[in-house]
Design a protein around this ligand. Structure first.
Ligand SMILES: [Zn+2]
Length: 427
């Protein structure tokens, strides 16, 4: 760049930019930050109040965790040994008993602890689901809305009100509406929690009615099963188009899309692309889910991941989430988007040329556009950045490095120190 370099608040020297790592001959560069924004990219020796050397590491915008549950996070710490390892159906009942004891302060403390763990791992924006139902009432929402305010200097939180116990039963719809009035950003849902097919369709209808009334976007968890008979995505996509929600609706999970034949799946995907429906996938948590089986059936039920390659081939925006963190549904869940990317790439064989970069996009730019963030390593963009000790996105997915610096609004908000030494190395 030839423009005169201004003074900076922070300069990151020797940074590899995402995308640049694929260009022949492009080497590390410097990023100048002022007043919380990227103001210069290129070699500079301009004055800066602070500086750091990335030593040829990748510098990317922070990760976006598009689907998690901060209100349930770390519930493991309150479980007894006999409560581990249940099926999805049993876990939902167990959750109810734990939620009965919620207090706002307790949910806030667990949510904050796990959100900060995520920040340490380079996540600077989260869309969290929050249970809104007769068991939890509005306590969990109250806690997470307070957390959103509290953490705003460090990270962006988007809150999706999630009716974990359905919306058709009398009183539940009113609770969800109250959640939106209290400040939830999105209308969530999951038709599977209703008792029969007709009520599941009604569940979806009610979510659209609420989203219309309050002018909110939708993020609905659909078809979290390999059972091809449980397939509500087509109905959802039709509603998106009929009700004018193009670009404002997300479908999360959508696993049974993988269990139906091409002749059924592909027309739905084409329609979803036309309806600008976004998808969120949560690979590791999807793979661990188990279901009750009818008596006499011995097949080990395993879950799967949606048709990720078909979605990408149709130009659909796909974002990535970690889902549950150390709770009933996923005792080993953690807040690493790198680990989530690695699981996705491995289990869906997204390992070919250019595919690692697509996976990286899901956890970064795709999630950011879904949340409407001011985002990117470009002049003028907000300086929410992380340094990753790898010289390419592919290597980052392979090495799963710890981010030594997490930067928010141009300020270092988290550091991880790691020193490595090999005994006997005399170089
Ligand atoms: Zn979830």
């Amino acid at each position: 760049m030839t423009q005169e370099t201004p003074n900076f608040d922070l300069v990151i020297h020797n940074a590899i930019l995402p995308a640049a790592e694929l260009l022949e001959g492009s080497g590390p560069t410097d990023i100048g930050i002022s007043a919380g924004r990227i103001v210069y990219i290129g070699a500079t020796s301009g004055y800066s109040r602070a500086s750091m050397d990335a030593h040829g590491s990748l510098v990317t915008p922070g990760f976006v965790n598009a689907h998690t549950h901060l209100d349930k996070a770390d519930l493991l710490s309150r479980m007894t040994p006999d409560q581990f390892g249940g099926t999805l159906e049993k876990n939902r009942e167990l959750l109810k008993s734990l939620k009965g004891n919620y207090s706002v302060a307790e949910v806030l403390a667990r949510g904050k602890g796990v959100a900060l763990e995520m920040l340490m791992q380079g996540i600077t924006a989260i869309r969290t689901q929050v249970d809104v139902d007769p068991t939890a009432g509005l306590k969990a929402l109250e806690a997470i809305l307070a957390l959103k305010q509290h953490l705003s200097p460090l990270m962006t939180l988007e809150v999706c009100a999630f009716p974990q116990e359905g919306v058709v039963r009398p009183g539940n719809r009113e609770l969800l509406e109250e959640a939106i009035r209290m400040g939830a950003d999105l209308v969530g849902g999951n038709p599977a929690v209703e008792p029969d097919h007709e009520e599941r369709l009604r569940h979806i209808d009610i979510l659209f009615e609420i989203a219309k009334t309050f002018d909110k976007r939708l993020d609905v968890q659909l078809d979290e099963t390999n059972d091809p008979r449980h397939f509500y995505l087509p109905y959802y996509v039709d509603k998106v188009i009929a009700d004018g929600f193009q670009g404002r609706a997300t479908a999360t999970h959508c696993i049974s899309l993988s269990a139906v034949p091409d002749a059924v799946a592909l027309p739905v995907i084409e329609k979803a692309a036309r309806g600008e429906v976004s998808f969120i996938i949560t690979p590791s948590c999807n793979l661990i889910t188990r279901f009750d089986l009818p008596a006499g059936v011995s097949r080990r039920p395993s879950n799967s991941i949606t048709r990720i390659k078909d979605l990408l081939a149709h130009g659909i925006r796909v974002a990535l989430g970690t889902d549950n963190i150390r709770d009933i549904f996923y005792p080993l869940g953690n807040g690493s988007m790198l680990r989530e990317m690695h699981v996705l790439a491995t289990t869906t064989r997204l390992t070919g040329f250019g595919e690692a970069e697509k996976v990286f996009d899901m956890a970064t730019v795709n999630g950011a556009s879904l949340l409407g963030l001011d985002y990117g390593v470009e002049v003028g963009k907000k300086a929410d950045l992380i340094v990753l000790p790898a010289d390419s996105r592919r290597k980052a997915l392979s090495h799963l490095p710890v981010a030594p610096y997490v930067i928010r609004n141009g300020r270092v908000v988290a550091t991880n120190e790691l020193s490595q030494k090999i005994a006997g190395d005399r170089q």
